[in-house]
Design a protein around this ligand. Structure first.
Ligand SMILES: Nc1ncnc2c1ncn2[C@@H]1O[C@H](COP(=O)(O)OP(=O)(O)OP(=O)(O)O)[C@@H](O)[C@H]1O
Length: 245
């Protein structure tokens, strides 16, 4: 396999009873790449995320991560290998401090307290959370709460960070600063990002490549420019393709 490929998804399918949520989907994420996974509502993005991160078993198909077959591995095993995800809804513990939330992300990889402390502070520094480390997470404004959820995942220093709609509810200024953080994660820590996001302007701005899903199936892939001008993608988003059927 090409050594530049970090995650390879091959003919992945996931059924729920009679419904095929993801059908024979193949795509890859390169090392140090930011890949967007987009598609209209119900296209199968979250299901793909859940299967890739080990929360759902695939019905068929294979997953290879960093040269290892991880098909059917559970989420804790997948995350220990360096594939860590966030959730659409904030996944932090609201009654605990920001510090105590971020340190959770270090448990699987760091044993010593001093090293954990250094990791939490470095993570908070990058994410602009250093001033609020002692605050109760649930008391923070929405934008900072989103950052805490991402910080927990990033504190594990994953090889691949899978972000499920991280920009939901953020204002334009917050979006700009979060995108800057994603850039720094990639540049300074060499991590790859798999991004599911409905904010198309942000996706087009930050992604190197994009994979488009529609009705559980692969529709298109390419650079943001290629995808934006692809007639099939335009039709899927505008619904024209389905009106004709
Ligand atoms: N646990 C489940 N049980 C049954 N059907 C499900 C389940 N999860 C998802 N589905 C169905 O699978 C299809 C794909 O859903 P999915 O949530 O993956 O799409 P999505 O692209 O993430 O949508 P959205 O952008 O609205 O979050 C939908 O028809 C959905 O109803």
């Amino acid at each position: 396999m090409n050594t530049q490929v970090l995650l390879k998804v091959d003919k992945l399918s996931r059924r729920f009873g009679g419904l095929i949520a993801v059908n024979e989907l193949s795509f890859y994420v390169n090392k140090n790449e930011i890949l967007g996974l987009i598609g209209p509502n119900g296209a199968g993005k979250s299901t793909t995320f859940n299967v890739v991160s080990g929360f759902f078993k695939p019905s068929s198909g294979t997953l290879n991560f960093n040269g290892q077959d991880i098909t059917g591995f559970k989420s804790d095993r997948v995350s220990r290998l360096g594939l860590v995800r966030t959730f659409q809804h904030d996944s932090m513990l609201r009654d605990m401090t920001v510090y105590d939330n971020i340190v959770i992300g270090t448990f699987s990889s760091i044993k010593h307290k001093a090293e954990r402390d250094a990791r939490v502070r470095e993570t908070a520094e990058l994410m602009g959370l250093i001033e609020v480390l002692d605050n109760v997470a649930g008391s923070l404004p929405h934008g900072l709460q989103r950052l805490v959820s991402i910080a927990i995942a990033f504190a594990a220093r994953p090889k691949l960070l899978c972000l499920d709609e991280p920009l939901t509810g953020l204002n334009q200024t917050e979006v700009v600063s979060v995108l800057e953080i994603f850039h720094r994660m990639r540049q300074e820590y060499g991590i790859s990002i798999l991004l599911v996001e409905h904010n198309m302007k942000a996706v087009m701005e930050i992604c190197d490549r994009i994979v488009v899903l529609d009705h559980g199936e692969f529709l298109a892939t390419g650079t943001p420019e290629q995808v934006q001008s692809n007639p099939n993608v335009i039709s899927a988003y505008l619904g024209k393709r389905h009106e004709k059927q």
